[in-house]
Ligand binder design. Structure first.
Ligand SMILES: [Cu+2]
Length: 156
């Protein structure tokens, strides 16, 4: 039994790192990523896909990261024919639903970026997501030059 547990303890982190997916309660969070930006970029955006396999609605209440002084939930809206981003207080994750955080859609915006040492392609930085029901989940955001789906528009 102890041997099995030890083996699991060794194997599990490797599995998670490989799939780069996270789970908490009824929620699955797939492939958190951020686009590599010029070193002077004032803000950093983080993207991922949240899937709610439960029968209860959940809600993303907020986020924070040790690399930034503040984090906001943002959405893109069409205003006077222009796409603009604006802050939202929460993002609902309906029962059985999937919410995609992506360029030109919902994203977590990191402001007052203090530590840029991890913002290079291939590295990751931690992001804490706070859900109303599932609780807190810490994910590792992978910095990459291209979106995971190359067909996704990524003008921010
Ligand atoms: Cu934004």
């Amino acid at each position: 039994m102890l041997k099995t547990l030890l083996l699991l303890a060794v194997l599990l982190p490797a599995c998670f790192a490989d799939a780069h997916d996270y789970a908490k309660g009824n929620l699955a969070i797939a492939h958190p990523w951020s686009k590599e930006l010029p070193p002077n970029a004032p803000t950093v955006a983080a993207y991922f896909v949240i899937q709610n396999s439960g029968s209860d609605d959940d809600r993303l209440m907020g986020a924070d990261s040790p690399i930034a002084g503040a984090a906001q939930l943002h959405e893109h809206v069409s205003k006077d024919g222009l796409m603009k981003m604006q802050q939202v207080q929460t993002v609902s994750v309906p029962a059985g639903g999937t919410v995609t955080f992506a360029p030109m859609a919902y994203h977590v915006m990191l402001l007052d970026v203090k530590d840029r040492s991890r913002l290079t392609e291939g590295l990751t930085f931690p992001l804490n997501l706070h859900f109303e029901k599932a609780g807190d989940v810490t994910v590792q955001v992978m910095v990459q030059k291209q979106p995971p789906d190359a067909s996704t528009s990524h003008t921010h």
